[in-house]
Design a protein around this ligand. Structure first.
Ligand code: LMR
Length: 394
């Protein structure tokens, strides 16, 4: 049997992570996988996470199963964080999932169950795993224009023109904030236009929000998701806690299915629980319990939000420093977009050959499509990167 197996394509991001680890050079910079690192290159456990874990360790009396949907306190807390009352609770079905990837996977499966003919419109580019899972599930995908490599911003006219090709029932997958991999985002006027198009053409919105708090602030980053969720008749939201709570390996995420008909919620909830049961039964609990503990305790919540704000400010500072350094070296504003981008990533907008050159000649690792993780930098490595970008002829 096993001899029938075929090599599967390596995930570009994870393959790069391995290449970096295997590189013996001392002077190397990892701008690959989307993991936050502080100035010392460490991905710290957040203070509030440590405190919540201590409390759970002291107080937890059982490790018996939760429900198929996970701990309801987690779902309620995350719905509050993401939607803040924008949608009535009785319209929202929700299940805990293994990370944001688990939430996306369950969302895609639900779409396939509900409407096997639905095509999923994804931004060009999008997070590679969106496409990988959709292809694996045999779902049809269509790309819509998104990134304009001339300006480093969003090609909004191209995006709207391509979305006009969607048929009723097709799904539009959007990044709630901090677009991965480009770092380029819509403004709220543009979001409203997308909402109008979704409603006029009877499309289904799906939002992947994996970086809330990394862009312009916790509420600011959720504003588009709240607008969409409160304005369309049906939508799916895949939320990740990996980055904003720094609980990557705990696999902590939530999938929400929102309908404008509260009587639909029970069926949606049952379907999501069924999907959990088929795929892994009960979702992981530890990270979810940590998140719920933090969000439901005013002191822990305030400390978490403060630490997240430090993380966000440090990334903004690095963006500005990089843009300034490149302006100094090139004498032009060609890279000013780096300071405008938001979140962990920016797409430099250069060729795979130049990306390979940065890796081979300068030990700088970024994803082949020139996505770099800004949080992989620190104040000392920004000038090294800037010089390498210029020396590599980018
Ligand atoms: C990334 O885009 O680098 C992260 O979301 C990690 C991953 O799983 O790909």
């Amino acid at each position: 049997m096993f001899e029938n197996l075929k090599e599967q394509p390596a995930d570009k991001i994870l393959a790069l992570m391995q290449m970096y680890r295997d590189d013996p050079r001392e002077q190397k910079i990892d701008l690959g996988v989307g993991v936050y690192k502080n100035a010392e290159g460490i991905t710290p456990v957040m203070r509030a996470v440590k405190a919540a874990e201590k409390r759970i360790w002291e107080e937890q009396q059982t490790k018996s199963y939760t429900g198929l949907a996970g701990d309801p306190a987690f779902a309620d807390a995350m719905i509050g964080l993401v939607l803040d009352g924008a949608v009535d609770r009785d319209r929202i079905a929700a299940v805990a999932t293994p990370g944001g990837t688990g939430a996306c996977r369950q969302a895609f499966e639900l779409i396939r169950m509900a409407n096997p003919k639905a095509r999923v419109f994804v931004s060009d580019p999008t997070w590679p795993n969106h496409l990988s899972i959709l292809n694996y599930l045999g779902m049809e995908t269509v790309t819509y224009r998104y990134f304009d490599s001339e300006t480093g911003g969003v090609d909004f006219d191209g995006m709207m023109a391509d979305l006009k090709d969607a048929h009723p029932g097709d799904v539009v997958l959007l990044h709630g904030c901090c677009h991965n991999p480009t770092g380029a985002n819509l403004n709220m006027v543009e979001w409203q236009e997308v909402v109008n198009l979704i409603n006029e053409n009877e499309l289904v919105a799906m939002i992947d929000i994996a970086y809330q708090g990394f862009g312009d602030g916790l509420d600011e980053d959720a504003a588009a998701t709240r607008l969409v969720a409160s304005s369309v008749s049906e939508c799916l939201i895949a939320a990740s806690c990996s980055k904003n709570f720094g609980v990557y390996r705990e696999r902590t995420g939530l999938l929400m299915a929102i309908s404008d008909k509260p009587e639909q919620t029970k069926l949606n909830q049952g379907t999501l629980a069924f999907l959990n049961r088929q795929n892994y039964s009960f979702p992981p609990d530890h990270g979810a319990r940590v998140v719920a503990t933090i969000l439901n305790d005013p002191e822990l919540r305030a400390d978490w939000a403060a630490e997240l704000e430090e993380v966000r400010q440090s990334m903004l500072g690095l963006r500005q420093q990089l843009a300034d350094e490149l302006r100094r070296l090139t004498g032009s504003d060609r890279f000013a977009f780096l300071a405008q981008h938001r979140g962990m990533f920016s797409r430099l907008g250069t060729s795979p050959e130049k990306v390979a050159r940065l890796r081979d000649d300068f030990g700088i690792y970024m994803v082949g499509d020139s996505r770099m993780n800004i949080a992989g930098l620190n104040q000392a490595t920004v000038p090294i990167l800037a010089k390498a970008i210029v020396d590599a002829g980018i």
